[in-house]
Structure formats: C-alpha cells, structure tokens
Design a protein around this ligand. Structure first.
Ligand SMILES: [Zn+2]
Length: 232
C-alpha cells in the first residue's frame, strides 16, 4: 500500500525549500504501512464502545469535546493500559490523546509499558498537536476510527483548517520514520465477508453514538459560559 502523503508531480513536496543539489521533498515512506486484522479491529471497537465512550459521555456533559483515546499493550489481546477522553475544559491542550498520554506517563513505572511496546488508538484521526504528541512520546503505531473529513462533518473542522493555515497541507505523512497511522474503517473492507458484516454493523453503531455526542456537545456549547476555547 502506498503511503498517503501528498507530493507534487515528480515526487517533490510543495513549499519545501530546496537545499543545493538535493531533491526538495522530505522522504516520507520509510516505515512499514500499518494494518489491522479482524480480531484487532473487533478489540479496538470494543475498547471504544466499552472503555472510551462511557468516559466521553460524562466529559461531554461537562463541556468537553467528544474525542477519546486509548493506549493498549501491543500484545495479541491488545490489553488496555489507559482509556480516556478530552479534557479541554481543564486546559485547551488536553485533547483526548494528550490527556491519555498524560495519564499513561503518570502510571507507576511497573505498570507503564514503553510507548514503543504499545498501540495508540484514537476515536478521531489525531490533529497536528496530537500526532506530534504521540510522536514525541515515542508511540509507533496509531489507529483511528473517524477521519479528518468525518470530524468536519461532525462540525469540528479545526484539524483541517489549522493544517491548511499553518503549513498549507491537508495531512501529515501517515507512514513515516517515527509513527504510522491507520484508519480502522478502511481496514474493514479488507476483512472476510462474515467479519466485514459484523464489523460494519459495529462501526455504524459507533458512528451513531458519536453523532449523538456531537449533537450534545454543539447544543450545550452555546449555553456553557465556561467554554472559552479558541476552537470551540
Ligand atoms: Zn488533537
């Protein structure tokens, strides 16, 4: 599978200054593409539904966005280490992923696996802050459920807008030397028919739950005087 980085014709990145005698692009395909088998997708959907969503429901009621995350051991059962959700009402930098990294970092040493031995799961494709945080923390594998485009449809287009405005790009390199990301919905299509039917039904259930959470967030945001976020 070809990484989904965006290149100008001739394999060159747009807008990158060209050092003398060297191509202008930054190579962005050294990592192996990340994939998920049916049991992995099933387990990650289970973590979203049973561990992330219950916390998100409570936090959305307090004015936080509905973005959640989990860190799991990269073992056959994808054992949960931490599952949590957005805490922007405490600090605008506490996106679900950043907050979850904070929870992981505060675990006692004997309960905290190394980032390189974990899998990072995001309910929504990580924004530029979060993919950088995931990278700086040392996580190598990152799965997500909703894409940037899905978030935009849910009334939260800030991921795309910030990247356009700051760097004039529509995405980070999804397969790079530090971290590789993978959209779970795309992986369902690669499964056997029986798994595909079951996982598609679960994906629809998760989608409808997040539509409900999104509506709740947006409808209560206007009345929430404590929400002073720049990107509400
Ligand atoms: Zn974020």
């Amino acid at each position: 599978m070809r990484p989904e980085c965006e290149e100008a014709p001739g394999g060159r990145r747009v807008g990158v200054e060209q050092p003398r005698g060297r191509p202008s692009c930054i190579p962005c395909a050294p990592g192996a593409p990340l994939t998920a088998s049916a049991p992995m997708i099933r387990r990650m959907f289970d973590v979203i539904e049973k561990e992330v969503v219950p916390k998100t429901e409570k936090l959305v009621a307090e004015g936080n966005k509905m973005f959640g995350a989990a860190i799991m051991r990269d073992d056959p059962g994808l054992t949960t280490v931490v599952a949590d959700s957005n805490h922007e009402m405490l600090c605008p930098l506490y996106h679900g992923e950043i907050w979850t990294i904070k929870q992981w970092s505060e675990l006692p040493e004997d309960q905290r696996p190394a980032a390189s031995e974990c899998v990072f799961l995001c309910t929504h494709e990580p924004c530029c802050l979060c993919i950088s945080g995931i990278t700086w923390a040392g996580f190598k594998k990152c799965f997500y459920f909703f894409s940037y485009e899905d978030s935009k449809v849910q009334g939260i287009p800030h991921d795309l807008n910030i990247m356009h405005q700051l760097w004039q790009v529509s995405s980070y390199a999804k397969c790079n030397a530090f971290v590789t990301t993978c959209g779970l919905k795309d992986e369902i299509d690669k499964c056997e028919e029986a798994d595909k039917a079951e996982l598609t039904a679960t994906a629809a259930r998760i989608t409808s739950k997040y539509e409900e959470l999104s509506q709740k967030y947006h409808s209560e945001k206007a009345a929430n005087k404590q929400n002073t976020l720049a990107f509400g």
